[in-house]
Ligand binder design. Structure first.
Ligand SMILES: *Cc1c(COP(=O)(O)O)cnc(C)c1O
Length: 218
């Protein structure tokens, strides 16, 4: 067994059944992605549009590619054919562009709204107050080719577990309050990375994005 498949299996064992694993393969070569694929993994996360497109073009068709990094509107065209889910919606302009491109190719794209929960400036996302406006039924009716499946957030990069837990808790609260009026399709809460997924799962995550614990350090 390869190192990757061992790491993947060990990691899978720690995941409750309701939590989906996105294997974050950014910067990693296709040979390593293939090893994870051969071990059964089908969902991979990338943070650069061109890198996602390149890998998608040469890897097995049943891989679901998730865009997890900041996405500029002018790069949507690179991934619109291949992407299964976009985690990083942080502006209405980006939704406009995705709608336009998805309509052209008659696709419906699953997305998550990114929420700014960290105390760090450089992280992207909507403020929690903006979200109620943005996820209102009326506004989202403008985007028939987009399905808002839930929220994504990244906690502050810190050793302070209490702070991380507080941030995830607040994201879960926001998720629950939006879920009440967004209904059935709104089922995905993407939170937790290699360093903080345990806390994220305890606080209600349904999807974790794991890179280094599977593929090694970048
Ligand atoms: C890189 C990245 C991850 C994975 O980080 P690891 O610490 O390697 O698990 C998760 N989410 C986002 C948005 C990332 O950019």
């Amino acid at each position: 067994m390869s190192e990757i498949s061992t790491a993947l299996k060990e990691f899978q064992k720690t995941l409750p059944a309701h939590v989906t694993l996105v294997a974050v393969s950014k910067t990693k070569p296709m040979s390593l992605i293939q090893e994870a694929y051969d071990a059964g993994q089908r969902i991979f996360g990338e943070n650069r549009p061109q890198e996602l497109a390149e890998k998608a073009a040469s890897m097995p068709e049943d891989i679901q590619w998730h865009m997890i990094g900041h996405l500029q509107s002018n790069k949507v065209k690179y991934i619109i054919h291949e992407v299964a889910m976009i985690h990083s919606i942080d502006s209405l302009g980006l939704l406009d562009e995705i709608e336009k491109r998805a309509k052209k190719i008659d696709r419906k794209i699953d997305v998550l709204l990114q929420v700014h929960i960290a105390k760090e400036e450089q992280k992207h996302g909507f403020d929690e107050e903006d979200l109620h406006m943005i996820s209102s039924k009326k506004l989202l009716e403008r985007y028939p080719h987009i399905v808002v499946r839930g929220l994504m957030g990244m906690a502050t990069f810190t050793e302070d577990e209490k702070q991380i837990r507080t941030e995830f808790k607040s994201l879960k609260n926001t998720f629950d309050s939006l879920k009440n009026d967004r209904g059935e399709n709104f089922d995905t809460l993407s939170m937790g990375m290699s360093g903080d997924h345990k806390i994220a799962i305890e606080e209600g995550s349904t999807m974790v994005r794991i890179g280094s614990s599977i593929f090694g350090n970048r």
